[in-house]
Structures are given as C-alpha cells and as structure tokens.
Design a protein around this ligand. Structure first.
Ligand SMILES: Cc1cc2nc3c(=O)[nH]c(=O)nc-3n(C[C@H](O)[C@H](O)[C@H](O)COP(=O)(O)O)c2cc1C
Length: 359
C-alpha cells in the first residue's frame, strides 16, 4: 500500500487502542508477521509541544517499530501543525490526525469526532499540517456524528483535496461508540468519494474472512485491526496468507500463545518496569485467555498479577488445571474449543468455518 512517498509492505494496519497497543505490544505483534502500519495512542498535540514526559511516553517507539504513525488530537490548527513539525524533526515517518475519538472530554474541546461537524475547518487544519511537513499526513475518522449526520464521504473528499495521503474510516458513527453494527455501505461510500488516496476500512475485523469481506464489499485498500489483534495476535499473519492464497494457515498452539504472552510481558517490563507492567498485563490476559478454551482458572490466577515470577507460576498451575479438558491425543476436546469472535457484518455468515481452532 502506498501512503504518500511511503511504500508499506502489508495493507493490514494496527488500529490504536489507547493504553494497549503501545510499543511492547507492537513489537511483539510485528514478530508474528503480516502487520504493516501501526499507529500510536492518540496524544494531545499541545502536550507534545510542551514536551510533556507523559505524552512522550505514549508515543515511545524504537527502530524495530516501523512503519509507525504518531496520532495527534487537538482543535487548534497551529498547535497540531507545530506538533507535527516537531514529530517530523524527531524522525516520525507519518502523522495521523484523530477525527474519530468519541470521548466527551476530547469532543468537548472540538477535537476527535467533533472535527467531523465542521468539514471546512478540518480540511483547513489538514492542509496546514500537509503544507508544514514533508512526511505523509493521514486522518482517522468515523462515518459521522450520528445516523442523521453521516459526513465521512464529504469530509474524505475535502481532506483529499487538502493533500492528505490516506484515510482510515471506522464504519460506525460517534453515537454508536464501539458497539452496534459496522456499516460496510458507509465505508464503501467513503471509498467512492475519493479518487486517489487509499482508504483503510476499520471496525470489527476479527478474522481473516471479515477482512476479506470488508475489502471485497467496500473496495477499501486495506483494513485496520484493533480489538481483533488482542483476540488473536496472529490475525495479521493469517489474514495476509488468506488474502494471498485463499488458505488459512493453522492457528497457534497453546505453547505459541504462552510464548507470545511471555514476550509481551517481558517487553512491557522493559518499557514500564515490572510493577506497572504487571498491573497493565492484568487487563490483557483475559483477552488472550479467550484463545485457550477453558480459561476461568487462568483469569483468576492472573487477576492480581504482581511479578514476572507470578506469571510463570500462574501458567504452570493453569496448564495443570487444563489437563481435564485434554484428550488422549494431547488436544483440547472439541467441545471445549473457543467460540471465535464474529464481526457484526458477518453474522449469519459462515465465518466460523475458516477461523482456526486452537490446537
Ligand atoms: C479502549 C479503546 C481505545 C481506543 N483508542 C483509540 C485511539 O487512541 N485512537 C484512535 O484513533 N482510535 C482508538 N480507538 C478506536 C479503534 O482504533 C478502532 O477504531 C475501533 O476499536 C474499531 O476497530 P476494532 O473493531 O478493530 O477494534 C480505541 C478503541 C477502544 C475500544
């Protein structure tokens, strides 16, 4: 996928989930393959300009964490522009402007989703950033504010005219939050509204089949995957293979999943220190546990995780507990296989048949 002057090997992007898709997670994911562009958590452009250490921690990166977009939010054109200039001078390869955050605190100041309500102002802001930097500028938005105000096609066109290099559109409106159905026709209308830039579809891509359906039905150039990366970190690799060959590679074994978790936790410890890392990991283990099949005991054992050593103890105890669900051939009994997540736009379809069970 071509984003301005940047050639990105995979058209599968990581959609930012603030507090989760940080440097350690991105590094762990990139080792599994298939992931193209990733984006940092949204960060307040003003805090970046003030060189606030907390803001810089949010956008921490490393040479292996490429390609990466830094996502800025703010309502003042000059502030976003100057933050983008600073980011470029620090080596950032892509600037993403957030026009999709539904959180009241962000919208109240005219940033995030509120930017969709004033197309001209938002296009002027994008143009100011595009003119000020030499790196590609992208935007992430939703379909609109609510059902009555679906603005994405009009805004997309105005932003393309302003010179942005790519656009991610989450197929929900602001009032839908993160639930309700993703509207593929809304994404398709946005794709049709622009003439040259890639549009990346987003929302509920939780399986390779969902990625293919979104691309086929909307004509989007790629997809951005957020929560699906926590349901299944192998989703990028699997989707890339599936799109290329039509065949799904085998799913991860329980040992693969445990190794991935170890790596993720070790990287979290490197970046945030053991105490904070373990606290953060408590919220992440329930996501991974979905891949395990029966996982009640694992969730219990990691709910108050306080040290790296405790994690190893939890794994050993869990594997012992899980034995009762294993057949003589060493595999999880079929009736305990985890239910794969199904995208809102795939319900009633046959998504499950191509989602690999854990071995
Ligand atoms: C807890 C949470 C935090 C999020 N943080 C961000 C963010 O910082 N920037 C952003 O553009 N989108 C953010 N999103 C939206 C996601 O990037 C994505 O658009 C949305 O979750 C739909 O995609 P998914 O179904 O693949 O997760 C967040 C979503 C959630 C649930």
């Amino acid at each position: 996928m071509q984003i301005g002057g940047l050639e990105i090997e995979s058209n599968l992007s990581l959609s930012p989930i603030a507090g989760y898709t940080n440097l350690p997670f991105r590094l762990a994911l990139r080792r599994l393959g298939g992931l193209g562009l990733a984006t940092t958590d949204l960060v307040n452009a003003r805090s970046v300009l003030e060189r606030n250490p907390k803001a810089f921690k949010l956008i921490e990166t490393s040479p292996q964490d490429q390609p990466l977009a830094v996502q800025l939010f703010g309502a003042v054109k000059e502030v976003i522009r100057d933050a983008a200039i600073l980011m470029e001078s620090m080596g950032c390869p892509v600037i993403d402007i957030n026009m999709g955050c539904p959180v009241r605190k962000v919208c109240k100041v005219g940033a995030g989703c509120a930017m969709m309500l004033d197309v001209k102002k938002s296009a002027r802001m994008a143009a100011a950033v595009v003119d000020a930097v030499n790196i590609p500028v992208t935007v992430k938005m939703r379909l609109g504010w609510d059902r009555e105000q679906v603005i994405a096609p009009e805004l997309a066109k105005a932003l393309e005219d302003a010179g942005i290099s790519a656009l991610t559109v989450h197929g929900r409106t602001r009032d839908q939050g993160f639930g309700g159905d993703v509207d593929l026709s809304g994404i398709r209308n946005t794709v049709n509204a622009v003439s040259g830039i890639p549009v990346i579809g987003n929302g509920d891509v939780v399986s390779p089949a969902a990625a293919k359906t979104m691309m086929d039905e909307t004509g989007c150039a790629g997809v951005a995957i957020g929560r699906g990366a926590f349901y299944n970190p192998w989703i990028f690799y699997q989707t890339e293979r599936f799109l290329e060959t039509g065949v799904l590679p085998p799913g991860p074994s329980i040992n693969d999943i445990i190794d991935f978790m170890r790596r993720h936790l070790d990287l979290l410890i490197e970046v945030f220190g053991e105490t904070s890392a373990c606290r953060m990991f408590r919220k992440i283990t329930p996501w991974y546990a979905r891949l395990f099949g029966p996982s009640k005991e694992f969730r219990k054992l990691t709910a108050n995780l306080a040290s790296r050593q405790e994690f190893e103890t939890a794994i050993s105890r869990y594997l012992e507990w899980r034995k009762e669900f294993i057949d003589e051939d060493g595999k999880l009994n079929n009736k305990y296989l985890p239910e794969p997540p199904v995208a809102s736009f795939m319900r009633g379809g046959n998504d499950q048949s191509i989602t690999p069970p854990v071995r």
